[in-house]
Ligand binder design. Sequence first.
Ligand code: FE2
Length: 281
Amino acid sequence: MTTLRPVIRKLRGMPASDGAGVKLVRVIGTPQLPDLDPFLMLDEFGTDRPEDYLAGFPSHPHRGFETVTYMLDGRMRHKDNHGNEGVLVPGSVQWMTAGRGIVHSEMPEQEQGRMRGFQLWVNLPASEKMTAPRYQEYGPERFPETEVSPGARVKVIAGEVAGVTGAIAQPATDPTYLDMTLQRGARFEQALPAGHSAFAYVYEGAARFGDGEAAAEGAKGELLVFGPGDRVAVQGLGDGTRLILVAGRPLREPVARYGPFVMNTQAEIRQAFEDFQAGRF
Ligand code: FE2
């Protein structure tokens, strides 16, 4: 028998500014939700105003975790100190394992129009924090939409849905990352490993999660955190509801965090500063 996961928290993100002044909404990584192990941060960026994004994210370091960028609209050029460079177009995903360190920039490749997407930070276990940096980066053609039930379409970025496996894999946290579009009344159930942290973030329309009296509704801009169980049920409440559904295995390790460095101890954070300043990234 399987158990439907209840919604145990519902909250909204808070307006924030990062990089050289990019306006965004921080959903995870705030005082009310500092993290959701193994997820350290979730930012939604979405604006039609170039002045909100043009400044971009000039050169900055990362060590000890992964940054996952999912572009919905707009184009973003990334470039790092190991010679990697590329442009993220709408529908593409970059799963960057920073490992022992990279220094990169993420800058808009457009001067007008809409820029929209998500950046998720995923922690790495102690044993992999100093791994060699690597990218899993794919264009939209690698994330086809699958109709999983009438009126419910899913893009599988990571994990498995109805026999479709996402292009991205990370054994350390075994993530599921789905982008779903639901028409009114469309219902879909997804198995998620028991014990994995799991959340949904509604970014258009509204949806109902769960069944019967335990059901909870989430509207645009709301994050819903799921409790124990091994599957979630979701139903569209309007036409064109869109949400991401994300889950991953918690690491249950101490987190020492300072800006773009996420390690296990303060000594490792100090080492990260030293290594960065000495050009060892
Ligand atoms: Fe970055």
